[in-house]
Design a protein around this ligand. Structure first.
Ligand SMILES: Nc1ncnc2c1ncn2[C@@H]1O[C@H](COP(=O)(O)OP(=O)(O)OP(=O)(O)O)[C@@H](O)[C@H]1O
Ligand SMILES: O=P(O)(O)OC[C@H]1O[C@H](OP(=O)(O)OP(=O)(O)O)[C@H](O)[C@@H]1O
Ligand SMILES: [Mg+2]
Length: 304
């Protein structure tokens, strides 16, 4: 199949996820929370969808954009850093864009950043002019350097980038940073951020022309519901009705609160979906403002 070929007609949706590594388990857990369940092949490379015709292909993350581009897979879960790097590389070689980010998924967060030796005095991005920068993200780095008008040499390495300055292979690096521990261990400090990354659902730019369109729409509806519920809690409490306005002031994130009068009294029972973190501090503030019998419940599913 040619790289930009239209995917063959299929009656099942196929999603590529990382076989192991950082994103494999959270990707499966997210899809499982959308109601998907699978039977795994003996070689653990393929999972056959049992609850819905949605299968998984378990691969190296670097292969995911290409698998979507050539139509082998319909969707993929991959870091934005990998997706954009490969899109940048395709653009550089004149290949048409065939895939894009469909949804940000809220895990696998990290940033792609320039880092320089601790002892460098860093003033501005222009300090990189004439320097050698080691990276596994040459397309993203080259794009950024061009946008900044900086002429620097890009040294492409496939891994262990942080060690390049100590080996004399580069003056600075451009790599993923999360906690910063790897940089610190290598006596480097982060300066400019090129990209904020997280795991994303990637899919084709062109719509599916068969039953996969409905399967993808169903998956997106469920994904949006699951992602929208992240950190949400159902809050319940009782209070004197006179205290309700003050209590609602403390709950700006409460959605669609339901207030029920407790029979034969001035008391009400209130329940609301709260999107913000329901910390002990917030509960204590509510209690002081007149709430009692406070209950915080996890929300498993919501269909608006
Ligand atoms: N330190 C980190 N903290 C959080 N997320 C990260 C971190 N490093 C990488 N990631 C994100 O997780 C993705 C996968 O990282 P991982 O280290 O599992 O990749 P890999 O070693 O290339 O895996 P594979 O074996 O599939 O090729 C990265 O592309 C990035 O989006
Ligand atoms: O800021 P930190 O929390 O230290 O994370 C950053 C490190 O994490 C990733 O490497 P990984 O641990 O996956 O090893 P790898 O380079 O061998 O893939 C990335 O390439 C950085 O080296
Ligand atoms: Mg990889």
């Amino acid at each position: 199949m040619s790289p930009s070929a239209v995917p063959a007609v299929r009656d099942r949706l196929r999603i590529a996820i990382q076989k192991s590594g950082r994103l494999g388990e959270p990707a499966r857990a997210l899809l499982a929370s959308c109601g998907l369940a699978w039977r795994e092949s003996r070689d653990r490379l393929f999972c056959y969808g049992e609850t819905l015709p949605i299968d998984l292909l378990l691969v190296r993350d670097d292969d995911i954009p290409g698998l979507i581009a050539d139509g082998t897979c319909d969707l993929g879960i991959v870091g934005r850093n990998v997706l954009l790097e490969q899109a940048g590389e395709r653009a550089r070689t004149g290949a048409a864009a065939t895939y894009r980010e469909w949804r940000a998924l809220g895990f696998g967060g990290c940033r792609l950043a320039i880092a320089v030796p601790d002892e460098w005095r860093w003033d501005a991005a222009g300090d990189l002019a004439g320097k050698r920068i080691a990276t596994s993200y040459p397309a993203l780095l080259s794009q950024w350097l061009a946008a900044q008008g900086i002429d620097a040499e890009v040294v492409t390495l496939s891994g262990s980038v942080e060690i390049a300055p100590r080996l004399g292979k580069a003056d600075a690096i451009c790599d993923l940073v999360s906690s910063g521990a790897t940089l610190a261990a290598n006596h480097l400090k982060a300066t400019e951020t090129l990209l904020q990354s997280e795991a994303v659902l990637a899919g084709p730019i062109a719509p599916f022309g068969d039953v996969r369109a409905e399967l993808a729409a169903l998956l997106l509806r469920r994904l949006d519901a699951v992602l929208g519920l992240k950190d949400s809690k159902l809050l319940m409490f009782q209070a004197d009705s006179i205290d309700v306005p003050a209590l609602m002031q403390l709950l700006p994130d409460a959605e669609r609160p339901t207030v029920l009068r407790v029979d034969g009294s001035d008391r009400v029972a209130l329940q609301a979906l709260c999107r913000g973190a329901m910390t002990w501090q917030r509960l204590e503030d509510l209690k002081r403002a007149g709430a009692d019998a406070l209950l915080v419940l996890p929300v498993e599913r919501m269909l608006a």
